[in-house]
Write a protein that binds this ligand. Structure first.
Ligand SMILES: Nc1ncnc2c1ncn2[C@@H]1O[C@H](COP(=O)(O)OP(=O)(O)O)[C@@H](O)[C@H]1O
Ligand SMILES: CC(C)(COP(=O)(O)O)[C@@H](O)C(=O)NCCC(=O)O
Ligand SMILES: [Mn+2]
Length: 915
């Protein structure tokens, strides 16, 4: 059942979403005939002579083991009655699997399409053993629809339907069923292909679709789709909704059980106002013809928006003050600056339209439309007693001033009773709803933790128009990066947006950012590719998953963001060197390294300019973005040789360390073990400060030095509490833990001389130990694939480890002989096991972990989180149902100051009893 069991994972060959831009640099590039649309890249692994599954040493590279997969031959699970009607894609039934849904509006065509992955998982022995040991079988697995892949969001102008048809055809989206990676251009178009579509164009253009693509359009009701889309997004995307007041954006956590009723206002060409009471329960209560089409109809949308930034509507709008001789009409609560009549000054001024500045007209128009919609929305909210109003539709376009104006209107008219909220997928509600209407996708069963949003290399450049077919392979991606960056230097250093807070006060003031330029692609689509990973689970030991926030550092503080921006930019040259070297230093690797650096810099620049562009931003997201970006350019493991070297050096001294430990009494040993973990956590190639002194000595010298400096009390020091729990007090022996989950961090000394000896101590005391390691490489972190070899090597020198590893099925001999047939190895020891965590980042978001980790957690009563990434940047404030120990050396001065009011190289040993 490999396919149905596909373990969760973060895709590595992230797609470059179709790009859109309409700035000057684009023109230049277009003329050169460069393909500017960047499409799905399914061919990362094929095009780069990586050969797929083996590295240079012939070892399997674990790249995507946790990816969702579909197994054509095992479709029988479809009938599994134990599960609540799981929806299953039957890969053989190619004729009824659709990948595409459309919303063809009066202004824009919105596409949502789904791409599945190839099965690239390495079904390694470790996984088989883990499944057996942890009792993960298909029968008792969580119910989930067999669905894994990515949802992409693209838009076109309706008047350019042909470009849209070309796009669909180039990606073969209409062929449905055939994995789009494997489509065969010679294959006949699917005769029965049906595409779900909504919006007026579904009627208007049905014949054209049949003619051009040979597909039938299955028309879905527009309001049904809007509501279905909004409900799905609000439930399934963690930070879909946000408020936007006075330039300040704040993501809102919507409680699923407290979503209804709400008012949905979709501002497309025209405006629909819908009262939503539940799934499929709604009523269109009103609308207005003054909407997005009104604005766009009077000029070019992007241009108008940009002009409005520099506008002053007071030259053309008649204000209360104009009527009252500069005074407020305070009796009825109107200030002098209140707009009394949009465009009203034009009557008295005796000027012609062309005498007014286009900037001022544009702003006046934008305000007129936004206030009007805000007011009508408020009146409808009042009519039905609704407090929450969600605004969607592409008129909003993530534009700060528009949102501020609408928010102000709602706030003003409702006297703060009602709240305006906006949606990140604003314009895609209908298209998502149309997609949802393919019930066989089982999309409605997906939950927040099944979705991972990724922002591929194209994200910083999105916006504007689409040209040309999608880029198909890595090489094209790289040359796109090269050419694009050469031509469009202003894009690598994007025009800064007005800093937060100055995009406009909303209210009745003019934008205070007058003169500030909008991004050259004023129209950025702030949505990424949604990876659907149905096997991800919430870590079962979180005390309160709803309150859980992985990030300790919230980068919405601009100073903080600036600091980390500088740090990460500073790391780049060194990282690129390592990455290039890890791929043999070839010219090809150098090109990829360059492209990676450009792409990551562009992400950083984009986020500096608009920190919330990719949703709520924490440091963990930035660190993960870096790893994903490396993978996008096929740097599968930049630190491979460093990790190997350090593992070997550390394993060589492990026997001496174990001997030393065995001569100690219990209490000294425990302290030495914890000291050892903290000291060995110094080997962190993600920290500038540490890397600097790796040049000053050998690994072992640095480890010794670090250990010698372990002066207690540490900055956070709960060791005595932990010791009491482990060893007891006043002669009372406490019961040992049943199972401990050890979240391991770095390779080399960190795992070998730090965590393994601690694991050994727990095993010795009769506690089962599960080493939890990354699914994919990140910096010098050890991966789940690498741990068994390290343990096997260590076990050669240690009986405790050997017997436990055998019992856990970790030793190669054991694997080959008895483990796979289900026998338990040497039963005289508790087992030592290894599971992957589902991540490929130095940090861990415990809301989205692998199913093996979730299974391992079931019987665990102790969680040990190690390292800065896992225990400080994320999870420092996390509370667990079981006991938790958080161990890390703080290798960054600023973090030390902020988090523990200490200094660099201070240590944290935080012990928390079960909550
Ligand atoms: N790139 C763009 N080109 C044209 N209009 C845009 C663009 N981006 C946003 N808009 C605005 O979005 C409106 C269309 O919103 P949308 O939700 O797609 O409605 P519809 O379904 O009626 O096409 C346009 O009328 C315009 O005001
Ligand atoms: C990337 C890291 C979280 C990895 O730390 P670890 O989890 O290995 O202890 C850490 O190195 C870090 O926060 N670096 C910040 C950059 C710097 O200080 O140079
Ligand atoms: Mn690390």
């Amino acid at each position: 059942m490999a396919g149905l069991n596909g373990d969760p994972f973060l895709g590595i060959d992230d797609n470059i979403e179709k790009l859109q831009y309409n700035n000057n640099s684009k023109e230049a590039i277009d003329k050169e005939g460069l393909v500017v649309g960047i499409g799905e890249d399914s061919s990362n692994n094929k095009n780069n002579n990586q050969g797929g599954e083996k590295d240079m040493a012939g070892n399997s590279i674990h790249r995507s083991g946790s990816r969702p997969q579909l197994d054509l031959s095992k479709a029988e699970i479809q009938g599994n009655s134990e599960e609540r009607d799981p929806t299953i894609l039957l890969p053989n039934q190619t004729d009824d699997i659709s990948h595409l849904a459309l919303d063809i509006g009066g202004s824009l065509i919105k596409l949502v399409y789904f791409s599945r992955h190839e099965d690239q998982s390495v079904d390694d022995k470790r996984k088989k053993i883990v499944k057996e040991r942890l009792g993960i079988s298909n029968g008792n697995r969580r119910n989930f629809p067999v669905l894994g892949g990515r949802l992409h969001f693209v838009k076109f102008e309706t008047s350019k339907l042909n470009e849209c048809l070309d796009f669909i055809s180039s990606k073969q989206l209409h062929r449905g069923g055939i994995d789009s990676h494997h489509w065969n251009s010679e294959a006949p178009a699917n005769e029965n292909a049906v595409i779900k579509a909504t919006g007026g164009g579904a009627y208007k253009f049905a014949d054209l679709f049949k003619e051009r693509l040979g597909v039938s359009i299955d028309k879905e009701d527009e309001m049904d789709c809007l509501v279905a889309g909004a409900n799905f997004l609000l439930k399934a995307i963690r930070h879909e909704a946000f408020t936007h007041m006075e330039g300040h954006k704040e993501f809102v956590q919507i409680d699923h059980n407290d979503l209804f009723p709400y008012l949905l206002v979709n501002i497309g060409s025209g405006v629909s106002i819908i009262k939503v009471d539940g799934d499929g329960k709604f009523q269109r209560v009103s609308g207005t013809n003054v909407g997005g089409g009104t604005y766009w109809g009077l000029g070019s949308f992007d241009e108008l928006l940009e002009l409005s930034q520099r506008g002053d509507n007071r030259t053309i709008d008649m204000l209360v003050g104009d009527i009252y001789g500069g005074m407020d009409y305070s009796k009825i609560g109107l200030s002098a600056s209140t707009i009394a009549s949009s465009f009203g000054k034009a009557i008295s001024d005796k000027k012609e339209l062309q005498d007014y500045r286009p900037e001022d007209i544009s702003l006046s128009l934008l305000r007129m439309i936004s206030y009007n919609i805000g007011q009508i929305s408020y009146l409808n909210a009042l009519r039905f007693g609704l407090k929450r109003i969600f605004f969607g539709g592409f008129f909003i376009r993530g534009h700060a001033y528009t949102m501020d104006t609408i928010s102000f209107a709602v706030h003003f008219w409702s006297k703060g009773e009602a709240q305006a909220m906006f949606l990140r997928h604003e314009g895609f509600l209908g298209a998502v709803g149309a997609f949802m209407s393919y019930q066989k996708h089982g999309l409605d069963d997906l939950m927040v933790h099944h979705l991972v949003e990724r922002f591929p290399m194209g994200a910083p450049y999105t916006g504007g128009k689409i040209h040309g077919p999608p880029l198909g392979d890595l090489n094209e991606k790289i040359s796109w990066m090269e050419k694009f960056v050469l031509k469009g230097t202003e894009i690598t250093a994007p025009v800064p947006m007005a800093p937060p807070g100055t995009t406009g006060l909303g209210g009745f003031e003019v934008p205070s950012s007058r003169g500030a330029t909008l991004r050259s692609d004023a129209s950025a689509l702030n949505v990424g590719v949604l990876h659907l990973v149905p096997t991800l689970e919430v870590f079962p030991l979180l005390a309160d998953p709803k309150m859980y926030e992985p990030n300790t550092i919230d980068l919405s503080d601009h100073k903080e963001l600036e600091y980390w921006f500088t740090v990460l930019s500073g790391h780049l040259p060194d990282l690129v060197d390592k990455a290039v070297a890890s791929e043999g230093g070839t010219d090809d690797a150098k090109r990829r390294g360059d492209a990676f650096a450009r792409a990551f810099s562009a992400h950083l620049a984009r986020l500096m300019e608009e920190p919330a562009a990719y949703g709520k931003l924490g440091l963990a997201n930035l660190l993960e973005l870096r790893e994903e970006c490396l993978r996008e350019f096929q740097f599968l493991d930049a630190y491979r040789s460093i990790k190997q070297r350090e593992n070997e050096a550390s394993l060589a001294v492990l026997p001496d360390l174990l001997l030393e430990l065995d001569h100690m009494d219990e209490e000294t040993r425990l302290l030495t073990l914890i000291e050892g973990v903290l000291a060995a956590n110094i080997f962190d190639w993600g920290s500038r400060a540490c890397v600097d002194f790796y040049h000053k000595g050998t690994i072992i010298e640095i480890y010794r030095m670090s250990r010698n400096k372990m002066q207690r009390p540490w900055r956070v020091d709960d060791f005595d509490l932990f010791k009491e729990r482990m060893l007891g007090s006043e002669g009372k022996k406490p019961r040992p833990h049943k199972r401990a989950l050890l979240f391991v961090d770095n390779s080399g000394a960190d795992i070998v001389l730090g965590m393994l000896p601690l694991a050994r101590e727990l095993l010795r005391r009769g506690t089962e130990v599960v080493l939890v390691a990354n699914s994919l490489p990140a910096l010098n972190d050890v991966t789940a694939m690498e741990v068994p070899d390290i343990v096997a090597e260590a076990a050669k020198h240690c009986d405790i480890l050997r017997r436990a590893a055998e019992a856990g099925g970790l030793l190669v001999d054991a694997m080959n002989n008895n483990s796979l047939d289900g026998s338990r190895g040497n039963s005289s020891s508790v087992p030592l096991m290894v599971v992957e965590n589902g991540c490929g980042s130095p940090c861990i978001d415990l809301r989205q972990v692998s199913s093996e980790l979730a299974a391992a957690a079931k019987h665990a009563d102790l969680v040990i989180l190690e390292g800065m990434g896992r225990a400080l940047h994320t999870n420092f404030n996390a509370r667990f149902k079981c006991e938790a120990l958080k161990l890390a050396m703080v290798k960054n001065q600023r973090l030390a100051e902020k988090l523990i009011k200490g200094k660099i190289y201070d240590c944290v040993c935080r012990y928390e009893p079960a909550t």
